[in-house]
Design a protein around this ligand. Structure first.
Ligand code: 5GP
Ligand code: MN
Length: 325
């Protein structure tokens, strides 16, 4: 999945303009456990469609409905509902597989679905695919869609897009941080955003318990030089002991993957009695999205994930096997 064709852009903008003009119910859906790119691109597109005149417009995501603290003041959050009305048109954001849409996957095949995404592992479930695996974030695709709809950026839209971009580029660090990404960031900042405040709010503000938990998770990291692997775990009991919500574990993989001896870093985050959400990163020598897809997940070459069942040791065994193949 590479560039988005002019035909796909025209189909998407046409379908959205028609639905807005007809007053049809439009539903925006981002992936389960939404991160800054999922929520940011969804709420940016939502605000833009509202400026375009959409009246029956709702946004949602599957699974646990608690919003991570860093996102509780995002512009456009009033679009968010837990029980949306049946839509005539669906837009999915940052979700590369049906499984990431939870129960909303039932809408597929019943109403037209426009997909905005940037994962190489995208499974092709949509009717109109705005999917560019070369885009640094879904927010980059969302920004182009908004421009093509002729909606000028305002500060609310820009904040949401900016949060998407900084989330998925590691604040302009990763390989897909192209000149165009910096140009987009410049346009977003021109609306009057305060990048220092946004960055502090999104990445650098956590309860003190998170500091202690990070110490524990980093302290129990295991290096396997023979496998060029470094990994650690964070259990539900860990979160409970420090009275923390799961979102505090976002980004913790960055502390583990700086181990120079390892090419692949894994963080196993417990989500159920025998269920772990696994984050994988590579220094470059491995395609971790291949490993994640083989184990039922997805992602990008350098950052991917899946949900594993069993004990951490069992899951790590499967990862070692998949890495060896
Ligand atoms: P993170 O480790 O930051 O949660 O996710 C890294 C990348 O892997 C993201 O692009 C995300 O979409 C993908 N990813 C993480 N967990 C899963 C999963 O359970 N299923 C799929 N399909 N992709 C995942
Ligand atoms: Mn993304």
């Amino acid at each position: 999945m590479g560039e988005i064709t002019e035909d796909q852009w025209a189909a998407a903008t046409g379908a959205l303009r028609t639905a807005v003009a007809a007053g049809d119910p439009i539903l925006l859906v981002c992936h389960v456990n939404p991160d800054g790119d999922a929520l940011g691109s969804m709420l940016a597109v939502g605000q833009a469609l509202r400026k375009l005149g959409a009246t029956r417009l709702q946004a949602t995501f599957p699974g646990p409905q608690d919003l991570p603290e860093p996102f509780v003041a995002l512009p456009g959050l009033d679009l968010l509902v837990t029980a949306p009305e049946p839509p005539a048109l669906v837009v999915t954001l940052d979700a590369a597989a049906e499984s990431r849409l939870g129960a909303y996957a039932e809408l597929l095949g019943k109403v037209p679905v426009i997909v905005l995404d940037h994962h190489a592992s995208y499974t092709g479930f949509g009717d109109i695919d705005l999917v560019d695996s070369g885009a640094a974030a879904t927010a980059v695709v969302a920004a182009e869609l908004i421009a093509r709809l002729g909606v000028p950026l305002d500060q609310g839209i820009a904040e949401c897009l900016y949060i998407g971009v900084i989330t998925d580029t590691g604040s302009f660090k990763y390989a897909l941080t192209t000149p165009a990404v910096h140009r987009l960031a410049a346009d977003l900042l021109e609306t009057g955003l305060n990048p220092g405040e946004i960055s502090r709010r999104v990445f650098d503000t956590r309860p003190f318990g998170a500091v202690k938990l990070y110490g524990e998770v980093l302290g129990r990291a295991v290096l396997e030089p023979e496998n060029a692997l470094v990994w650690s775990t964070a259990s539900l009991a860990d979160l409970e002991r420090h009275h923390l919500a799961p979102y505090v574990l976002e980004g913790l993989i960055d502390g583990i993957r700086c181990a120079a001896e390892a090419d692949v870093a894994c963080l196993l985050k417990q989500v159920g009695p025998a269920e772990w959400s696994v984050s994988m990163r590579t220094r470059g020598g491995t395609d971790v999205s291949r490993v994640a897809v083989a184990l039922g997940g997805g992602g990008h070459r350098a950052a991917a994930g899946f949900t594993g069942h069993g004990t951490p040791e069992e899951i790590m065994g499967r990862i070692r096997d998949a890495l060896g193949e």
